[in-house]
Design a protein around this ligand. Structure first.
Ligand SMILES: [Fe+2]
Ligand SMILES: [Fe+2]
Length: 354
């Protein structure tokens, strides 16, 4: 019978000399000793458990959100045609991207991670991406949007088709049978795939988040705004998780963090910022409810700088955040937000109420 892990392909005498401590000492983010049994104690990467615990506090489901006002506003044409188009485009790409993340995290990223505590956090992240996918569909149904206009938009909109195509290609390039992180080239490619994930979650959602928050600021589509607050709070921890994964691989295998790899990842982030600006500007057109194309550009550049700095690559754009009002929606990683009628809050886990 084939056994998945090398450790169990040999016989008992090979492993009987090993101690738990010796296994932990060989533990790495990738290419570590891994028996496949997720022994998550003692911890080699304690930050991963902290993130996992943070995720456990962020429980929510789409049914907690009322989309009644959104439905009324949509049906009563409280939004202009331009606003409706902008809303649908922002929603289309955000929902496409969350769907893609469920698959890419499971198929491309998680199989190569050899840190049990990090696997737990990534597995929880996959669940949260499923939750996001589900929340979009609940919202589409509750507001009465036409699914074809959301999920089918990429089949009508050339920009969105090519954006999705590029995003998929960039993530799936390591998803091939001969790929291994064991070679220096493979480890470099995996590092790049992790930075691609950081781009997805840390750059590509941000014009959509901005659009939804801006509607909320003008008392439009309040349920959608609240749902995005929940999603954004989750995404903040996903970004933190991938920043830590990247920085840990850099520490554990400094030989793969070459000037060439740094230049490549820096360029990927710069290209992503440009793509996101182009996409965001195509959503808002000449401007919408106080957001101008110039302000959107500055905002996405500001986000790009944060991502570059987080993995030690230094700022490129030196842009300022032109939307200080966003703090009211995000409140330092969204942990305690009660804005308008919003009910995003920190959940206490561990209580059982039947
Ligand atoms: Fe997500
Ligand atoms: Fe995410």
């Amino acid at each position: 019978m084939p056994v998945g892990n090398k450790m169990f392909q040999g016989d008992f005498t090979e492993v009987s000399e090993m101690s738990n401590q010796s296994i932990i000492n060989k533990r790495r983010m990738i290419n570590g000793y891994d028996d496949g049994l997720l022994q998550a104690s003692p911890l080699k990467h304690p930050w991963a458990r902290d993130i996992f615990k943070g995720m456990q506090k962020n429980n929510w489901v789409a049914e907690e959100i009322s989309f009644q006002k959104d439905k009324e506003q949509w049906e009563n044409n409280d939004l202009t045609e331009q606003e409706k188009t902008c809303f649908l485009r922002a929603l289309a790409f955000a929902s496409n991207l969350d769907g893609l993340l469920v698959n890419s995290l499971s198929e491309v990223i998680k199989p190569h991670i050899t840190s049990p505590e990090t696997v737990l956090a990534v597995a929880r992240q996959i669940y949260e991406e499923c939750l996001h996918v589900d929340s979009y569909s609940c919202m589409v149904e509750a507001v009465g949007l036409e699914p074809e206009e959301v999920y089918g938009l990429y089949r009508k909109d050339k920009n969105l088709f090519y954006k999705n195509k590029r995003v998929l290609e960039s993530m799936y390039q390591i998803n091939r049978s001969d790929f291994s992180t064991k070679t220096p080239e493979g480890a470099k490619e995996f590092l790049e795939a992790c930075s691609t994930n950081l781009i997805f979650e840390g750059v590509f959602f941000f014009s959509a988040f901005l659009v939804f928050y801006n509607f909320g600021r003008h008392n439009k589509m309040p349920g959608s705004k609240e749902m995005i607050q929940f999603i954004n709070r989750d995404e903040d921890l996903h970004v933190r998780l991938f920043v830590n994964i990247i920085n840990t691989i850099k520490d554990e295998q400094p030989e793969v963090w070459t000037p060439e790899v740094q230049a490549k990842i820096r360029q990927n982030i710069i290209d992503a910022v440009e793509m996101e600006i182009e996409w965001g500007q195509s959503c808002i057109g000449e401007g919408i409810l106080g957001i101008t194309p110039v302000m959107l550009k500055e905002y996405i550049e500001f986000i790009g700088d944060m991502r570059l700095e987080s993995i030690g690559l230094g700022k490129t754009f030196n842009a300022q955040n032109p939307f200080p009002w966003l703090d009211e929606f995000t409140q330092n990683n969204m942990i305690e937000t009660n804005f308008f009628e919003g009910t995003v809050r920190e959940y206490q886990s561990g209580s059982l109420e039947w």
